[in-house]
Design a protein around this ligand. Structure first.
Ligand SMILES: Nc1ncnc2c1ncn2[C@@H]1O[C@H](COP(=O)(O)OP(=O)(O)OP(=O)(O)O)[C@@H](O)[C@H]1O
Length: 308
């Protein structure tokens, strides 16, 4: 059997919280990630993602449980260049250029041969001679990614890697990441962005309150927790400037079929629906767009049956 990239058993981290109370940030996580997987850790603020990542990298010691990276202690795997990370925090030297920064880190790793490859892989060719202080937040984030690639790691761990990037930069970043993963590398990233997990991860591990709430192929996590979504187009006379008439919507909740609804569409719910269902966040109000979306749990059984 091949050694997994990551294996955590009963991984736990407790902190001393305000007033001396113990706070369990990570609560007995079991997790195995194989080589070549792209895995998203998805969860709201305070779910325990960063604490988990810190333990996977040996930056903080678990209060309980074990973690192995390619069968080794995390610190050993980092020293051996098998794993590297792009973290939320961690500074860059503002007076260095992008290339000088990469050269310095490559020298530290004894890998000066990697500079050109890394500049190209991270798409930094045009920025190579720019001072770090003149780079945007997104460009600096990309530079951090480049630094993580210097030791040619088998596993890259990224904590909120696209923070500060606009939509275009985010897209470019993930294109780069895909190219990196294409030759069998393992990528694990923590994110708040549901769309990123949906678009880039084969597998999603959904965390809240320090526990894993769901773990599986991203499409399955979506299907299991998001169920299905029904989109309806109401008759024109019930749509006003303020949106769809509330009384009419109540009627729809009671019985969809007799009300002249057309263009009934049933589709897979978004990962967002899964996320909301799991984290217990309030449901969004149907906007004034003239169309309304409900999860089946909103609807009476009769309406759900009509959709089967
Ligand atoms: N050093 C620390 N001391 C005390 N409590 C901490 C410490 N680090 C994290 N925590 C607490 O542990 C919990 C989990 O935090 P963590 O940063 O792992 O969550 P997260 O999912 O990464 O959140 P975010 O998405 O906001 O980064 C939170 O309640 C946090 O306040």
């Amino acid at each position: 059997m091949t050694t997994p990239a990551l294996e955590a058993i009963g991984l736990t981290k407790r902190f001393r919280g305000p007033g001396g109370h113990s706070l369990t940030a990570v609560d007995g996580i079991d997790l195995t990630i194989g080589s070549g997987e792209i895995v998203a850790f998805l969860g709201p603020n305070g779910a325990g993602k960063t604490t988990t990542v810190d333990m996977l990298l040996g930056l903080t010691s678990p209060s309980g449980g074990t973690v192995r990276v390619y069968g080794e202690a995390p610190r050993r795997a980092v020293v051996d260049g098998r794993v590297s990370a792009v973290m939320q925090t961690g500074g860059l030297l503002p007076d260095f250029t992008v290339r000088e920064t990469i050269r310095a880190i490559a020298a530290l790793h004894g890998r000066p041969d990697r500079v050109d490859t890394v500049v190209e892989r991270a798409g930094l060719g045009k920025l190579a001679d720019r001072l770090v202080q003149a780079c945007s937040g997104g460009e600096q984030q990309r530079l951090k990614f480049a630094l993580a690639l210097v030791p040619d790691p088998d596993l890259v761990i990224l904590d909120e890697p696209t923070t500060g990037m606009d939509v275009g930069a985010r897209q470019e970043f993930w294109d780069t990441m895909r190219a990196h993963a294409a030759d069998g590398r393992t990528v694990v990233f923590a994110t708040h962005y549901l769309a990123e997990a949906d678009a880039f991860a084969d597998r999603t591990v959904l965390m809240s309150h320090g526990r894993i709430r769901a773990d599986g192929p991203t499409a399955e996590v979506r299907a299991a927790y998001g169920g299905q979504t029904m989109t309806i187009r109401p008759p024109a006379d019930v749509v006003g400037v303020d949106g769809i008439d509330r009384a009419w919507l109540d009627d729809v909740r009671r019985a969809v079929a007799p009300l002249g609804v057309t263009d009934l569409e049933v589709s897979s719910a978004s990962l967002e629906a899964a996320f909301l269902a799991l984290t217990g966040a309030p449901e969004t109000d149907p906007g004034p767009s003239g169309a309304a979306t409900y999860t089946p749990t909103d609807l009476p059984t009769v309406a759900q049956e009509a959709l089967q």
